[in-house]
Design a protein. Structure first.
Length: 261
């Protein structure tokens, strides 16, 4: 096993765990497609990094974090749904990003390439993933409570506005580190499919959140190993591996006839 493959596996597992864990909240909040749309918001940031010779993923995260604040503020002021606001930003950013990104770099920006990660990339990805998991765990109950009823959450001392901003920031953080693995076009997979898979076979919230993380890690690591074996791009194979796990979970649920929570 080469050093590059080891680094790719470690990175994929770390990001898969954090994306799956956060994705469990996104699926419950019916915000599955927000993660996918936000990934396209990152394109101008990636383009800026490529054009001005700094790490493109720093540009992507900076733009995603700024977008999270803008989305949060617009949602509080206009009372439009987050999906609507993200949809508007997504189309604008997609158009601007494609115009800015040089053609030779467009493919990696759209589909990622985890096989090119360095030790520094892996270290950063693991640190960010650990931070995302910690912050998500800390805010998990408050986010769930706000999802059930804002009034109830407020009455128990939860600052719903700040919790929502934290949640959007965590989504942006997770999308940013997922870009290197599967690219802007496919990163929505990391926060949707593992959680959807877990929801199919979970009978309670704790099991659901743990399995979401586990399925994210399994999908990422399986895709990386398949990429090394088949000599094909890792991003699409990570998605295909995750879909295969999802289909197995559907069959297991159908066979056992166990109701999801």
């Amino acid at each position: 096993m080469t050093d590059t493959l080891v680094l790719s596996l470690i990175t994929g597992i770390g990001v898969g765990l954090s994306a799956g864990y956060l994705g469990s909240l996104m699926v419950l909040k019916k915000m599955s497609l927000v993660g996918d749309a936000l990934s396209h918001v990152a394109l101008p940031g990636l383009a800026a990094g490529i054009l001005f010779n700094f790490n493109p993923f720093i540009g992507a995260f900076a733009l995603l974090f700024a977008s999270a604040i803008i989305i949060w503020r617009l949602e509080r002021v206009t009372r439009l749904s987050i999906e609507t606001i993200v949809g508007a930003l997504f189309t604008l950013s997609l158009a601007v990003g494609i115009l800015m990104i040089p053609q030779p770099d467009l493919l990696e920006a759209l589909f990622g390439d985890i096989t090119t990660v360095s030790l520094v990339d892996t270290t950063i990805a693991l640190a960010v993933s650990a931070l995302a998991i910690f912050l998500t765990k800390t805010a998990y109950k408050n986010i769930i409570l706000g999802m059930i009823s804002e009034e109830l959450a407020t009455s128990t001392g939860v600052n719903v506005a700040k919790t929502e901003l934290l949640f959007l920031s965590l989504v942006s953080l997770t999308v940013a580190i997922g870009l290197k693995i599967v690219g802007a076009l496919l990163v929505g997979f990391l926060v949707i499919v593992p959680a959807a898979t877990a929801k199919n076979v979970s009978s309670n919230l704790f099991r659901y959140s743990v399995l979401s993380s586990l399925f994210g890690a399994i999908s990422s690591s399986s895709g990386v190993l398949l990429s090394d074996y088949l000599k094909l791009p890792p991003g699409p194979l990570i998605v295909l591996a995750g879909i295969a796990v999802f289909l197995v979970a559907v069959l297991v649920k159908w066979a056992s006839k166990t109701p999801a929570f």
